[in-house]
Design a protein around this ligand. Structure first.
Ligand code: UCC
Ligand code: FAD
Length: 578
């Protein structure tokens, strides 16, 4: 029938409507809070023009490479065609381009060149924040590289790590090295002290050979690594527990036959996300290594690396939230439902606004940690040591929630693999696992508080109150200040009560306590930022919205007694009620 040729869905025709994709624009120019924060604290033309140019490069060039890393994940070639074991981890050309770019842009180097003094870490992390969601997970090796440089710097840049340090912190792509961080073994990634089986056998020249099995090693195409092992004495005995661990430096290199020296790559992990990046199981069979720490001071010495990688982790969490909010906002200007653009549906905008508030809180929290790190490195000595765990703890899980909500805001398209959106969610899920799980980081906060005999908490309360001091006179912020004041008092009350209840009580409260510390502090930072003379009405609105939430989870739960010693058996009974 003639009329059939007019049917829009006949034959090969699939209709005329094609939804426009969300556009990735320059992430620096799209981020009012980032620019405001920098205008306030680092008003340097050089930093702005570099971040603007880098943002342009990220959106126009690098983002495509990131996608290439996702669709051409690394693979392991165990044998060459003639049967020789080679253990080659083959990565994509895009992954290699990321390495060169990272050196050229100084993504690690900036932290050590310190072009802006105490604000250099903020500048470095701003670049990483812009880069992270487009990086194809190259931010993972960069985090460990930065962490390794920090450990070496703190131990002393001398033989045998002077060359490594200069390569980790160079801007020359052909010299640039990345580092691994091999801590986790099969028996334990959280409990490294009990879980480490790797032994270090002393050699006549003062070096060591390592024998063991590293269960998770990320970005295993690295040039070197820092790792933990137990030194064997002449009888082959080792010291158990954490006190038996020492820190070692090892290069990942090949002999003249092309074989890895002292390493067999057992297999690559088949992961939920972070697929752009290889994560391998490694058999260490005589890996040549040098001891970097004093004997038995391995965990304490690698802690500097953990601090840095946890900060990078939190930056990636905030960046993932920012990216999904940017894309969702753009999509809402292109997609129509029920006769109008999504941006004109108030409920949809409320949803995106809530995501924005979460993102802003996370951003200010993490940037403040970067600020403290920069101050500490410039010899200004703030009590910065406990903070890294706090935002890492809260931002990792928040990122999963925000990115998940973000995917939903694309409707069905958010679930479709080749939009690139599902990868954001998969990659976010690891953020609350691999740099210490939520519980472990919460306990780390507790450890820090306990070790300082109250000094850390004192500094926390004093500083948070000082952030609020100027805000009381700014009337639009009054409800936020009031809510925060109340939450601070509740937290102070809780701390008093908890101190008298003993360690078991505190352990059960650890997670809620860490969240309380983070939420209240982020609220204070939002208020403080909204008081700045260059702040916008949106800054005020975000602070108000943030402070409407439950800022102090320990207060309400304390009332319900859920940290009491009688609760663990009840919790267990509930879990196993079959
Ligand atoms: O997963 C990994 C890499 C993944 C890829 C990296 C991506 C980065 C982001 C990229 C973005 C896209 S590497 C593996 C990560 N693993 C962990 O985070 C381990 C989690 N477990 C813990 O954190 C535990 O709390 C342990 C391992 C630290 C607990 O061990 P111990 O031996 O029981 O620890 P202690 O007894 O609490 O502490 C031993 C010493 C103490 O010092 P001293 O002896 O002087 O009293 C502690 O104060 O170490 C010190 N220490 C610390 N110092 C322990 N933790 C810290 C810390 N966080 N900061 C400073
Ligand atoms: P477990 O310690 O077995 O934890 C299981 C559960 O028990 C968690 O929910 C945890 O919170 C809880 N738990 C543990 N202890 C306590 C406690 N005391 N109180 C309350 N709850 C507790 N490691 C490296 O060293 N280098 C790497 O490069 C690396 N890359 C990784 C890449 C990926 C993609 C992943 C997923 C992991 C990687 N890891 C790496 C390992 C990672 O660091 C560990 O998996 C992580 O630290 C958790 O350790 P675990 O797996 O042994 O978990």
């Amino acid at each position: 029938w003639e009329a059939a040729s007019y049917l829009p869905f006949s034959g090969a025709k699939i209709g005329s409507f094609f939804q426009e994709r969300p556009a990735l624009k320059n992430p620096f120019l799209e981020d009012a809070l980032l620019r405001g924060y920098l205008r306030r604290h680092l008003p340097q033309e050089a930093a702005f023009s570099d971040l603007c140019a880098f943002g342009e490069r990220v959106s126009k060039e690098v983002d495509v490479w990131g996608r290439e890393c996702e669709v051409t994940p690394p693979h392991l070639v165990h044998f060459d065609p003639w049967g020789r074991r080679v253990d080659h981890i083959v990565t994509s050309p895009a992954w290699k381009r990321m390495k060169d770019l990272s050196a050229q842009e100084g993504l690690v180097a900036i932290g050590y060149e310190r072009p802006f003094g105490e604000w250099s870490r903020v500048y470095q992390m701003s670049k990483l924040y812009i880069y992270s969601p487009s990086s194809g997970l190259y931010t993972c090796p960069l985090a460990m590289t930065d962490g390794a440089a920090k450990v070496i710097q703190s131990i002393g840049v001398s033989w045998p790590v002077d060359e490594a340090y200069s390569r980790l912190t160079t801007r020359q792509p052909e010299r640039f090295w990345t580092s691994g961080q091999w801590m986790t073994e099969r028996q334990g990634g959280s409990d490294v002290g009990q879980g480490t089986e790797t032994v270090a056998v002393p050699q006549a020249d003062g070096s060591y050979k390592l024998h063991g099995f590293k269960w998770f090693t990320s970005a295993t195409d690295a040039d070197m690594t820092l790792t933990l092992a137990r030194i064997q004495d002449r009888t082959g005995a080792t010291t158990p527990g954490s006190r038996g661990l020492s820190l070692f430096y090892a290069e990942v290199s090949r002999d003249e036959d092309g074989l890895l020296k002292g390493i067999e790559v057992q297999r690559l992990k088949d992961k939920l996300g972070t697929r752009q990046m290889p994560t391998a199981e490694l058999l260490l069979d005589g890996l040549p290594a040098h001891r970097l720490s004093e004997v038995g001071r391995g965990v304490a010495s690698i802690a500097n690396m953990l601090t840095i990688t946890r900060i990078h982790n939190s930056i990636s969490a905030a960046a993932a939230m920012r990216r999904v909010v940017q894309l969702a906002g753009d999509y809402a200007t292109r997609r129509t439902a029920f006769g109008k653009l999504l941006k004109d549906h108030p409920l949809h905008m409320q949803t995106l606004a809530r995501m924005e508030v979460e993102t802003r809180g996370a951003f200010l929290l993490v940037m403040d940690v970067c600020r403290l790190l920069g101050r500490e490195e410039s010899g200004r000595g703030d009590p910065a040591r406990y903070e890294p765990a706090t935002p890492a703890h809260s931002c990792g899980q928040t990122a999963v929630a925000v990115v998940s909500e973000g995917l939903e805001s694309f409707g069905g398209q958010g679930y479709i693999e080749d939009t690139g959106l599902p990868g954001l969610l998969r990659d976010a899920q690891v953020l609350s696992i691999w740099e210490g799980t939520t519980n472990v980081l919460s306990l780390d906060v507790l450890r820090c508080v306990a070790r300082s005999s109250g000094l850390v908490l004192h500094a926390y309360f004093t500083h948070t109150k000082s952030l609020l001091a100027g805000a009381s006179s700014v009337s639009p912020l009054a409800p936020a200040v009031k809510a925060l004041d109340r939450a601070l008092s509740e937290l102070e009350d809780f701390v008093q009560v908890a101190a008298s209840r003993g360690p078991a009580y505190l352990e059960l409260a650890a997670r809620d306590l860490a969240y309380s510390l983070a939420r209240i502090y982020a609220g204070a930072l939002l208020i403080d930022h909204a008081c700045w003379k260059g702040a916008s009405p949106s800054d005020t609105y975000a602070a108000l919205r943030w402070c409407e939430r439950d800022l102090c989870p320990v207060a309400s739960k304390q009332a319900r007694g859920c940290y009491d010693p009688n609760t663990p058996p009840l919790d267990a009974a509930l879990v196993y009620d079959r």
